[in-house]
Design a protein around this ligand. Structure first.
Ligand SMILES: Cc1cc2nc3c(=O)[nH]c(=O)nc-3n(C[C@H](O)[C@H](O)[C@H](O)COP(=O)(O)OP(=O)(O)OC[C@H]3O[C@@H](n4cnc5c(N)ncnc54)[C@H](O)[C@@H]3O)c2cc1C
Ligand code: SF4
Length: 512
């Protein structure tokens, strides 16, 4: 039987379900660079270059294995520009008995795939994505009728299922979670390890030229480009992280520093999400570092939790709740995305630094995404759909299955508390404690009101005032609401006035 196997750009592993029963004598693997996917949002240039280059390298590896690959480049004059169009052309070219594909990471593409069953004259088999530790059905069974889906409990299930960091039936070290040890500020003079970067080879150079030509007006710097684009180099990046940064990962996980976008983070998410590395191998490798005495348990547990906890959890949540999940707007937020998210032009130094890192690297670490860029989006009442599109555009690791729950649920609370038990709202004190940004800012994080005050300070209280009817009944925010209740009418009015003045200065001319 001749099978046409469509491989999407983020499915670059030989172990993917669509290739498991591949017959190298009869089958054809179809890979397509389509304009629709590169432009349905205006992705960061490095993100497009990373994916196209990784696809071309993976196709070459398959060919070297003796597998027939039909690879359609973006600049092929016949390119139909969409998965559906290219698949139809390939079916006409190869006359297969069936088409096999692994499900995508976005609801939108899955819907299109389901239509192929009717549009094409051959059977289409859509297989489950086998790269995750929990299947959709397992996640749905765990979620059951629960009103709130707490990651921590799901994470424990994943620890038990995988045996990662387990001593028999108990968690290693007697605790499931060592987060309490993981919130240190960076001490002065601490050496930050250099990160492994990879010189572009001829294939990547060709892609960089293509991206410069076709997507030159998209957000972000294209070069210097240092991402790994093969599994071998991604494994090299993993080894470098394990040796250099993992031992300190936990301690400074929440810290932020000017000019140091990576600190002790793994910088592996683009590789994990595109298939170059698997979640399981990365976690087993980290566990080995602890078992062999090279990394402490708080670091390794914190790291493993991000992957078998958060990463699996957001994916499960996405598929459980879509398509309705993206439509909710529990805090009725509607302000358009301000230009500063694109330009970085703002006097708020923390925002300027985080947008700058994002523009240069298509990367910002978790706390920058959550507590600076995300916190501002929440407090300023930005429209969820516009914020979601921005996050999908700007990060090399962004796919809707992982971006949407993090933005919609975790930072914006737009799902009304399915994911987070309370909004992650914070004043300037948090950023001051965890970063050096405030030292070079014209605003003062210790000043609460007036023109010199850190905008996060009054925006925080303004947010609580504006959402009083929606949030005051939540016991997790009872304390700030008690403080608010004791505030004088004059102070409340001053907060409202400061917030209105500041928000009135935001311009939104670019759109998403
Ligand atoms: C608003 C917001 C948007 C985000 N959007 C994305 C996204 O589009 N794609 C993406 O992969 N991650 C996203 N994250 C999660 C996280 O910020 C990134 O995975 C992480 O910064 C990637 O860098 P790293 O590899 O150095 O991660 P590390 O901090 O070293 O963590 C290790 C790994 O854990 C996983 N991980 C950690 N936190 C999360 C999380 N909350 N959700 C899912 N996986 C997690 C990632 O695979 C990451 O590579 C988002 C977080 C926030 C708050
Ligand atoms: S003072 Fe406020 S705006 Fe300035 S860097 Fe600090 S937290 Fe950001």
């Amino acid at each position: 039987m001749k099978t046409l196997r469509l491989l999407l750009g983020d499915q670059l592993t030989r172990a993917i379900s669509s290739l498991t029963d591949l017959d190298a004598d009869a089958d054809v693997v179809l890979m397509v660079e389509v304009a629709e996917e590169a432009t349905y949002v205006r992705h960061h240039k490095q993100k497009i270059a990373f994916l196209f280059s990784a696809m071309r390298h993976f196709a070459r590896e398959l060919v070297q294995e003796g597998i027939a690959v039909d690879y359609v480049r973006l600049d092929d004059p016949e390119n139909a520009g969409s998965f559906s169009g290219e698949l139809a052309r390939a079916v006409a070219r190869h006359a297969p008995d069936r088409v096999v594909v692994t499900e995508p990471g976005e609801w939108r593409v899955l819907e299109a795939m389901r239509d192929w069953r009717e549009e094409l004259a051959v059977p289409v088999e859509i297989r489950e994505d086998n790269r995750f530790l929990a299947t959709k059905a397992e996640f749905a069974a765990w979620a059951g009728e629960k009103k709130q889906l707490r990651m921590e409990f799901f994470y424990r299930e994943m620890r038990r299922k995988t045996g990662l960091l387990m001593e028999g039936r108990d968690p290693a070290g007697g605790q499931w979670n060592f987060d309490a040890e993981n919130r240190k500020a960076l001490p002065k003079g601490l050496r930050v390890p250099p990160r492994r970067r990879f010189e572009p080879d001829a294939i990547t150079r060709e892609v960089l030229d293509l991206v410069a030509r076709r997507f030159g007006d998209h957000f972000g710097d294209l070069e210097p480009f240092g991402w790994a684009v093969t599994r071998a180099d991604a494994l090299d990046a993993l080894r470098s992280f394990l040796g250099e940064a993992l031992p300190t990962f936990g301690d400074y996980q929440d810290a932020m520093k000017t000019g140091e976008p990576f600190l002790f983070h793994a910088v592996l998410s683009p590789y994990l999400n595109a298939g170059l590395l698997t979640a399981e191998e990365v976690c087993r490798a980290a566990e080995r570092e602890w078992r062999e005495g090279r990394a402490p348990l708080n670091a390794v547990e914190g790291f493993v939790r991000q992957i078998i906890g958060w990463r699996e959890y957001v994916r499960g949540l996405y598929w459980l709740k879509m398509p309705g999940y993206a439509q909710t707007n529990a805090l009725a937020a509607g302000r358009p995305l301000p230009d500063l998210y694109w330009t970085g032009e703002t006097q708020m130094n923390c925002l300027a630094q985080c947008v700058g890192d994002t523009r240069r690297h298509a990367y910002a670490h978790h706390i920058q995404r959550l507590m600076v860029l995300g916190n501002f989006a929440l407090l300023a009442g930005l429209a969820p759909a516009e914020v979601e599109e921005w996050y999908l555009v700007v990060y090399a690791d962004a796919y809707e299955w992982v971006e949407l729950p993090n933005v919609h649920g975790m930072i914006l609370y737009a799902d009304g508390g399915i994911m987070a038990s309370k909004p992650y709202a914070a004043s300037g004190a948090y950023i001051d404690r965890m970063s050096d940004y405030c030292r070079a800012c014209i605003y003062d994080p210790k000043v609460k009101d007036g023109a010199g005050a850190c905008p996060f300070n009054y925006l925080y209280w303004n947010f609580l005032i504006e959402n009083e009817a929606r949030l005051a009944g939540n016991p997790r925010v009872a304390m700030p609401y008690r403080t608010l209740a004791k505030m004088s009418a004059e102070r409340r009015a001053a907060i409202r006035a400061d917030a209105a003045r500041f928000l009135g200065t935001l311009t939104s001319t670019y759109g998403t």
